[in-house]
Design a protein around this ligand. Structure first.
Ligand code: SF4
Length: 325
């Protein structure tokens, strides 16, 4: 139902400092009625982030936060049907054509994978089961499927309902080369535009905006995290991973369980890992999260355990749109 305003200012909240500052500015300039706040749940967030974005901010700012979550049930049905054909004896080439896969399916392996290939309702895990592995810096499909697509659909629904939609993105130019050249405003057409209100702000400005509004930042910033997003993010730096392992070992254990499940479903003979070999400075033979955590606790190129942690090591999430913080 269309309200009195013809334009809606849509803020994508991640639970991070930049999107919170962006929400504060949207409320200040346009008032709550002309704004919408939306959180894309990846299923790989820290509980403090859920509490912050979905409980603390709505209460402190007197706003409603809508939640969007990717759903892959249709893709699961297709993949299950394909594996069932291979399990029944059809050659892989008849099912998938001449596409080459790293892992060749035998009927036995396909039958086994079918037992495990069941949607869990966790978007991150389900996506990895479908893709046959975890995202990487080169194949960062998580941002697109878990954040960009559901958020775009949310905004298109508003346009279809008759609103003009201005998407407020909490990105800062000093975060990366890709963001440095982004314009502050873009008209996309079809009733949609993008506004980046804090593009020229620095980190101090962002925290100052929190203080001025009497809003606490996400508590994870005081617990060794330089960014708030997935726990952990595939682009997580060495020092941050070490902090996560020390403070939140249950999240490392969860990822280790995901590695086992995704391997079972996708490549029982060639297990997959959350961090890809050659990233995170890790060049060892095995790159399971347990191995990478061990590496994160070392210094001197991984040869010596570190007694000091460098909290300033940058992380490099390559989403130029600020979707991952
Ligand atoms: S925070 Fe990291 S792991 Fe999560 S969606 Fe963004 S890039 Fe992917």
């Amino acid at each position: 139902m269309r309200g009195s305003a013809s334009k809606l200012h849509v803020v994508s909240l991640s639970g991070g400092k930049d999107s919170t500052a962006t929400a504060l500015m949207a409320i200040e300039l346009h008032g709550r009625e002309a704004c919408r706040f939306v959180f894309a749940d990846t299923g790989n967030e820290h509980e403090a982030t859920y509490a912050y974005a979905l409980d603390y901010l709505p209460q402190a700012l007197d706003i409603t936060v809508d939640v969007v979550k990717a759903d892959f049930s249709e893709e699961f049905a297709t993949k299950r049907a394909n594996l069932a054909r291979i399990a029944a004896g059809e050659p892989e080439s008849a099912v998938y054509g001449k596409r080459k896969f790293m892992y060749a399916w035998t009927p036995e392996a396909a039958a086994l994978a079918l037992e495990w290939l069941v949607p869990t309702g966790n978007p991150f895990l389900d996506l990895c089961m479908l893709k046959g592995g975890f995202p990487s810096r080169k194949r960062q499909f998580c941002t697109q499927h878990l954040k960009r697509d559901p958020l775009t659909e949310y905004q298109l629904n508003l346009v279809e309902a008759g609103w003009l939609v201005e998407s407020w993105q909490g990105v800062r130019a000093d975060e990366s080369e890709a963001r440095r050249w982004l314009p502050a405003y873009e008209y996309l057409g079809a009733g949609m535009s993008v506004f980046r209100p804090i593009l020229r702000w620095n980190v101090a400005d962002v925290f100052a905006a929190h203080r001025a509004a009497g809003i606490q930042p996400n508590p994870l910033y005081t617990q060794g995290m330089s960014r708030v997003g997935c726990m952990p993010c595939i682009n997580c730096g060495k020092a941050e991973l070490s902090q996560i392992a020390r403070r939140f070992p249950e999240h490392i254990e969860r990822i280790a369980a995901w590695e086992r499940l995704v391997s079972q479903v996708c490549r029982p003979l060639s297990p997959v890992s959350f961090f890809h070999k050659g990233t995170q400075g890790h060049s060892g033979q095995a790159s399971t999260i347990a191995h990478v955590v061990q590496w994160s606790k070392t210094s001197r190129g991984g040869r010596q355990f570190s007694l000091l942690t460098d909290l300033d090591e940058p992380t490099a999430c390559s989403s130029a749109y600020g979707l991952c913080e």
